[in-house]
Ligand binder design. Structure first.
Ligand SMILES: Cc1cc2nc3c(=O)[nH]c(=O)nc-3n(C[C@H](O)[C@H](O)[C@H](O)COP(=O)(O)OP(=O)(O)OC[C@H]3O[C@@H](n4cnc5c(N)ncnc54)[C@H](O)[C@@H]3O)c2cc1C
Length: 341
């Protein structure tokens, strides 16, 4: 049986996690990641990396829940192992608070995270402007260490990485049998996909080691997410804004909103501003496609458009993409076998 050669375009969270998933479950294939940006220069490096699901309007809820559960269980396994600190994975407890009581007091993901419950009156006293709150424990990825860890895992499995910009997926046809497209916002140009658009996020990364609990305002705009080395303060959600330049007025506004929730942040140090463009789409594009050029064919599996929720669902979507790639490998073997007859 010939080894299938697989190229994964993209070295953000989605490309690396998909490449690791393929190399774990299909050791007979060769896997090469190709991307023009690697950690620490991807959108995935800017993220807070919290496992709190974001809603994809175009994906059935049961599917979103399955992706979230698979990701939570996978990261829990890493968190419970000796790899946890190198991979940057840790448990974090805290509060999601609301100024008006939400219609859905118990979200669909409440039985995936740990110890989900409504906040007590005593807990709510910390947030006098808010009327309702949820307390739970979830997982957080410290993003650059996690991306490094994934890249290392891929190389341990025999995978390779190349730095290169791809203008057209057909460039890969002569060297690879199957292409996996995890190019995030890059798919707007690469696949001429007009459905994908940026949601600009500006955050502050600060040193405030006394902050141990997360706080997220239910509207998702203001949040305090403590990591192993720094605390991420957010944020913004600016649809169709392509600017990667930090805006000083926005930074001031983020700090003041976070200090209103947690006044001790007035003493935060080493404030760094980061901006990232979330690759948003109504639904993640998780799909098989065969590109055709004359008599030539190029099987492609797409896995992009994770918007604000890539960290929360990446393992679930990587597993689904790997299942689609297995179908492509079977079809490839069949066509090679037929050609030999
Ligand atoms: C401020 C902020 C906070 C966030 N917080 C969270 C959070 O707490 N929890 C959560 O779940 N999600 C969060 N997210 C969302 C999360 O970051 C994204 O969903 C995720 O990073 C998307 O990963 P990706 O690999 O698709 O994209 P990227 O990280 O953008 O990677 C795309 C890759 O494709 C490559 N590429 C693109 N085009 C080409 C080309 N033509 N040729 C070669 N290579 C190409 C790029 O170089 C890059 O390597 C946040 C995002 C932001 C911006």
């Amino acid at each position: 049986m010939t080894k299938a050669k697989i190229a994964v375009v993209g070295a953000g969270l989605i490309g690396l996690s998909t490449a690791v998933c393929i190399s774990d479950s299909m050791p007979n294939c060769s896997v090469t990641v190709i991307a023009d940006r690697y950690t620490p220069n991807t959108t995935s490096d800017v993220a807070a990396g919290m496992l709190i699901p974001h809603v994809f309007p175009g994906v059935p809820v049961h599917q979103q829940k399955q992706w979230f559960r698979e990701t939570f269980d996978y990261l829990s396994g890493i968190c419970n192992s000796s790899q946890a600190s190198e991979a940057g994975i840790h448990l974090v407890s805290g509060w999601q608070i609301f100024k008006t009581v939400p219609e859905e007091k118990t979200p669909y993901w409440s039985d995936v995270v740990l110890g989900f419950r409504s906040m007590t009156e005593k807990e709510m006293k910390k947030f006098p402007q808010h009327k309702f709150g949820q307390a739970f424990t979830t997982l957080k990825c410290d993003c650059p260490p996690f991306l490094h860890w994934l890249e290392k895992r891929l190389k341990e499995n025999g995978g390779r990485v190349h730095a290169r910009k791809i203008e057209d997926l057909w460039e890969l046809h002569s060297d690879y049998d199957i292409v996996v497209n995890c190019s995030g916002l890059g798919s707007r140009k690469l696949m001429r996909d007009r459905e994908i658009y940026p949601i600009r996020g500006q955050v502050l990364k600060v040193r405030a080691p006394w902050i141990r609990h997360f706080i997220r305002d239910g509207d998702g705009l203001t949040y305090i997410f403590p990591g192993i080395h720094d605390v991420t303060l957010g944020g913004t959600r600016q649809k169709d804004n392509w600017s990667l330049s930090p805006d000083p007025r926005t930074s001031k506004d983020i700090l003041s909103r976070c200090c209103a929730l947690e006044p001790s942040l007035h003493k935060a140090q080493d404030v760094k501003v980061r901006v990232g463009l979330r690759p948003a789409r109504s639904a993640v594009r998780l799909q098989k496609e065969v590109l055709v050029r004359g008599s030539e064919k190029l099987p492609v599996v797409h896995n992009y458009g994770h918007g604000s929720g890539g960290f929360s669902v990446h393992q679930g979507t990587a597993k689904e993409a790997t299942r689609l790639i297995k179908e492509c490998v079977v079809a490839l073997e069949m066509s090679r076998w037929k050609a030999k007859l």
